[in-house]
Design a protein around this ligand. Structure first.
Ligand SMILES: [Zn+2]
Length: 248
C-alpha cells in the first residue's frame, strides 16, 4: 500500500466518507459517489447530432453564432444528476464540481462536443452570491473539463449584472422572463473567429444561457457553443407554450 492510500484508509477509518447520492460508505479508492450510483447516473446517450444539439433548434434563428449545445445528464427532480448539483451548490462541495467536469469531459470525449473549442466560459455569479458560496459551481465544472481536455478557461469575458432568487419554484414562463439581461461583456480580448463554449450546471429553458450568448455576440466573428452538466428533457410543445406565456 502506498503512503497516500494508507493515509486515505486511516482517514476513512476515523472520518468515514459516504456517497453523496445514496449515503453508502465509500471504499478508499472511491471518490464522492459509489459504483452503483455512478452506473445509475442518467447519462444522455449522445449518439446522433440531433441528440447532441436538440436544444439548439429552438434558439439558432435568434442566435446564428450558436454552433453546438450538449449536456452529460438528464435532470429530474431528485435523480442522481440533480443530487450531485445540489451537493455542489448547497453543501459547497467545490471538489465534487471539478470531479463532475472531469467525468463529463471523459464521457463526451468520443463526441464532437468539445472539438475545436478555444476556451470554456463558465457563467459567472454576482459578487454577492460568489462571496456567500465561496466558489462558482460553473467555474468548478469548467476547471474539471479543462483538466481533461486541455481547453483553457476564461473567467474575464462575462460579468453578471443581475442575480435572481433560486428558480426551482418558478414557473417555466417566469424563468424565460427572468433569464433576460443577466450578463454583460467584460473584456473583448478574443481573437476573431474564436469558438467559445459557455458552461453551466443545469439548463432548463435555456434562457440564462442565451442571455450569456447575447452578451458575447458582439465579439468579432465569434462562434458559441453551450455545455450543461444536466438538462431538463422538455418537449418542444411545453417549451413553446411557456415561451408564449412569457410574451416572447
Ligand atoms: Zn451511492
Amino acid at each position: 500500500m502506498n503512503l497516500s492510500l494508507f493515509c486515505r484508509s486511516a482517514l476513512d477509518f476515523f472520518f468515514p466518507r459516504t456517497c453523496v447520492v445514496c449515503g453508502t460508505r465509500l471504499a478508499s479508492s472511491e471518490q464522492f459517489i459509489c459504483p452503483m450510483c455512478l452506473i445509475s447516473l442518467p447519462i444522455e446517450t449522445v449518439e446522433t447530432d440531433w441528440q447532441l444539439n436538440r436544444h439548439i433548434m429552438r434558439w439558432r434563428s435568434e442566435h446564428p453564432s450558436l454552433q453546438r449545445m450538449g449536456a452529460l445528464c438528464i435532470y429530474q427532480r431528485e435523480n442522481a444528476a440533480a443530487k450531485l448539483v445540489h451537493e455542489v451548490k448547497f453543501a459547497r462541495n467545490h471538489e465534487l464540481g471539478i470531479w463532475m467536469g472531469r467525468l463529463a469531459a471523459r464521457r463526451l470525449a468520443s463526441t464532437e462536443l468539445f472539438e475545436g473549442v478555444d476556451a470554456l466560459v463558465p457563467l459567472p455569479l454576482s459578487p454577492k452570491r460568489l462571496r456567500k458560496r465561496g466558489f462558482n459551481q460553473a467555474e468548478a465544472l469548467a476547471q474539471g473539463i479543462s483538466e481533461v481536455s486541455g481547453i483553457p478557461v476564461r473567467t474575464d469575458l462575462l460579468r453578471r449584472t443581475a442575480e435572481r432568487e433560486s428558480q426551482t419554484h418558478y414557473r417555466l414562463a417566469e424563468r424565460f422572463r427572468n433569464g433576460q439581461g443577466l450578463f454583460t461583456l467584460a473584456a473583448d480580448s478574443v481573437a476573431p473567429g474564436s469558438h467559445l463554449m459557455l458552461v453551466d450546471d443545469v439548463l432548463t429553458t435555456g434562457s440564462t444561457m442565451m442571455s450569456a450568448v447575447a452578451a458575447l455576440e458582439p465579439l468579432s466573428d465569434i462562434r458559441l457553443s453551450c455545455f450543461a452538466w444536466a438538462w431538463v428533457d422538455m418537449s418542444p410543445e411545453v417549451w413553446s407554450r411557456a415561451r408564449r406565456e412569457a410574451g416572447m
